[in-house]
Design a protein around this ligand. Sequence first.
Ligand SMILES: O=C(O)CCC(=O)C(=O)O
Length: 189
Amino acid sequence: MGKRVGGGEGKSASGFYAPPPRRRQSVRGGTEESVNLKPGVSMFGAIHKYRETEKSHWSKESHEILQRVRDMAFPPGVPQLTQVHVLDLDKAGYIKPHIDSVKFCGCTIAGLSLLSSSVMRLAGEHNPQDWLNLLLERRSLYILRGPARYEFTHEILKDEESFFDGRKIHRERRISVICRNLPVSCDSS
Ligand SMILES: O=C(O)CCC(=O)C(=O)O
C-alpha cells in the first residue's frame, strides 16, 4: 500500500482532521491502541484503530479507476490534491464525527469504500439530532459536497452500531480511498 504515514501521536499525518478555522469541531478527544495496527490517533482523536497513507503513484489499472472517481466528483479544471488519502480501518476501528479542515480540503470529498460495507452518519453540526445514515456498500463511491461537506459532521460507525434500515451491517476491516480538491478551488466548482 506504500509508505505508512499514519499513527503519529495526536495528529493525523494527512492533516485533514485539523479543526476548521472558522468552524467548531464536534470531535472529542481520546486515545486507543490497536493490537495489530500501528496505534493511530488523529488530531482530536477522530479516527481509532487505523493506518493511513497518502499515495500519488498507482498501477495503470488503479489509476484508471481513480480517474473515473475524479471525473465523477470534480468538474473539469478543478484543482485537486494529487495525493490520494488511503485509510485502513481495523474491524474494531471507527471514525468519530468531524468536519474536514477547510484549510486542507476543498468543497468535495470523494471516497471509495473497499473490503467492507459500513455505515456513515451525517449529523447537523449545530443540531446533531438531525442525522441520517448512509449505507456505504463495499466497492461503492460516496461524494460529500455542499451542506454534507460543511454543515454536517460525518463519521463511520463502530461495527456494533452499524445498522441501516433496521438491518445489521457487519463491518470488517475497511479501506477507503479518498480524493479531495484543493481549498482554493471551491468557489469555482
Ligand atoms: O473512510 C472514510 O470513507 C471516511 C473518511 C473521513 O472521514 C474523511 O476523509 O474525512
